[in-house]
Design a protein around this ligand. Sequence first.
Ligand SMILES: Cc1cc2nc3c(=O)[nH]c(=O)nc-3n(C[C@H](O)[C@H](O)[C@H](O)COP(=O)(O)OP(=O)(O)OC[C@H]3O[C@@H](n4cnc5c(N)ncnc54)[C@H](O)[C@@H]3O)c2cc1C
Length: 374
Amino acid sequence: MANKHIIVVGGGVMGACVTYYLSLHNNIRVTVIEKTCIACNSSGKAGGFLAYNWSDDTPLGDLSRKSFKLHEELATELDGENKYGYRKVNTYSILYQKESSLRKESNNKKQEKDILTPWIDTSGIRHMEQLGNTSDTAQVHPRLFTETLFETAKQKDNVTLQIGFGVSHVIIDDNEQLKGVELNNGEIIQGDAVVICMGPWSGQLPILKVPIDGQRAHSIVFKPKTSIPPQMLFTTILDGTQTHHPEDGTIYMCGATDNSKLPSSADQIQVESKAIEVLERLRDTLAPELYDNKNEELIAKQACYLPISEDGTAFVGIYPKYNKQVLLAAGHSCWGILQAPATGLMITELLVNGKISCVDKDAVEALDPTDRCC
Ligand SMILES: Cc1cc2nc3c(=O)[nH]c(=O)nc-3n(C[C@H](O)[C@H](O)[C@H](O)COP(=O)(O)OP(=O)(O)OC[C@H]3O[C@@H](n4cnc5c(N)ncnc54)[C@H](O)[C@@H]3O)c2cc1C
């Protein structure tokens, strides 16, 4: 269809990647509606970790592999290294317990120290394993990545961003045809198709039944005293009776999710000081030399909501009603930054060609909203 008008709802990483790939088609016009601001939820507060083959034992193996490669391509095209910190990383898992009675020197200790010094207190490492290297794990700064994609798309004449009012309704006529969307301020925007990229809020529009909710996670970002190598740690820290699983980038550390209810919008998200204190304590245990309280180097204490679907798999494809004019790109849980480029390409292929060819059949079927909504 010539000059199709697509409405993309949500200014997170999914909205950014859908918009970016759609913007490459001159016969498509895109309007992005973001309620709060670009990357205001998890797309601005994630770790930005990318892994090539970590979904291989699931139907989404091809989606992750394809998306990892698209990230590489995008970084080359968009100068990702400078614009959004794209870099290859070494990735480790460690089991950590700082308890001298259990301390056991091993022959590997020196090697561990060589790898992790100067930023980790290696005396508490009980087990360590390399999970990935610079050929199959990487990282982006998620907010800068999301902003760069929107900025690049916006330079095209066919893309408009509208920020400040959210979509309150998808408008469907008596013949089950999409007319457009209505915003919180009453404005109506007409369109030929709408793509729902509302993250954890994707299930909250009247008439659409999308079983997605949110789970809150806290994180801190701090500036290290010394420069440290490009490394990602998945840690299990045995701390008294509790086990914590922070995920630690060079200056980013996040904790486990909690059950706090999803607020009405991203600007209502509450940060719990106790959750931040836990992360700060774990940081001081794991990397006591890394942070100097006197220098006020804590950059962010933050929380955001992961988009979680009821069956644990994201929705990418056509909503099973309304003449194939409503599409979903939501619910990617803890892999949304990795999987966003392939998701954006899948949605674009559907809207442009009517079918998906960029990922294999297993991924298409697993992500298909048919039979999983309503
Ligand atoms: C702590 C943490 C660490 C993570 N680390 C990683 C990682 O290392 N690697 C990885 O691949 N993934 C990671 N993730 C997962 C990733 O962040 C998410 O899967 C991804 O950001 C989801 O993006 P999204 O665009 O679907 O949703 P969001 O980022 O939530 O964006 C949705 C947008 O929709 C807007 N919106 C909501 N309602 C409306 C409305 N009615 N109208 C208009 N706009 C609306 C919101 O304001 C928001 O901006 C992490 C997540 C968390 C929480």
